[in-house]
Design a protein around this ligand. Sequence first.
Ligand SMILES: C[S@@+](CC[C@H](N)C(=O)[O-])C[C@H]1O[C@@H](n2cnc3c(N)ncnc32)[C@H](O)[C@@H]1O
Length: 296
Amino acid sequence: MLSTMWVGSIGGICESVLVAFLKWAGGKRWLAPLIRDCIGSVEEYVEPFLGGGAVYFELSPLRAMLSDANADLIDAYIGVKSDPAKVVSRLNSWQVSPEIFAIVRDSRPRSAAGKAARFIYLNRTAFNGLYRVNRFGKFNVPYGCKPGTVSCDIGAIIRASRKLQSADLSVGDFSVAFDRAPDGALIYADPPYVLPCSSGYARYTPMAFTWLDQSRLALAASASVSRGCRVIVSNAYNSELVELYPRRKFEVFHARRSSRMAAKPQHRGIQSEVLIVSRNIPKAVRARFGRILEAL
Ligand SMILES: C[S@@+](CC[C@H](N)C(=O)[O-])C[C@H]1O[C@@H](n2cnc3c(N)ncnc32)[C@H](O)[C@@H]1O
């Protein structure tokens, strides 16, 4: 189950902090504690490719601007933020079965809570937890969860809702979030992994992410660093990709990890990833990133 907890202690009182309540392709649950350990506490945070929000929940910043191009995903966060009790009660009323899956998938709820419940249910019960739509925006992943799957984790939803009260949520292209980021904010960007030779990535949105978008992202990151934002970008390793980030502004760290998201076991293997960290983040912090990623 995805909603693991980190148990911290503030002034002797133990607090449970939610990590993430959605299962998301390319999710950064593995990277989130590492970023938290290196960066420490964060006041102003911007995450333009929110997905399952693993890094956001782990960092638990004071204020956050969270966005994603996937409108259904952001609607789910809005529903959880505004009416968690209703989301939970809807989820509890749906059995986990192929028949109910088909009904929920074809439903079009109007309320924020209804939209959130539908999204979470599909996220838990669709094959591999994938969220994929066709070019008309229609969800097209088949049913495929393990026996014993439960669609509702009450604690995770309630804690996420509490945390999201200090977050601004919006749908949009990442460029808007970069433009709106307050000077000095920490921006964490985790785009779909697209390399120069690929035509686009599995669709999270009706529009595929392309190599041109990777170039736009590097330009937006660079402009934000120039006005004082601290920027961290995670991406797949490719020599052309890292060239998009000027070395005077960014340092590149390599990480080799085993990939488990591919549908077929023979396609799962070692993935080379990078963490691109702006040089206005103190040298000692960057050195920690290097040490920890090297040790993976
Ligand atoms: C790799 S996932 C992010 C995963 C996230 N870091 C997590 O831990 O779950 C990439 C996200 O980028 C979003 N996305 C794709 N194209 C986008 C765009 N042009 N602007 C903003 N978000 C976009 C997708 O909807 C998807 O949620």
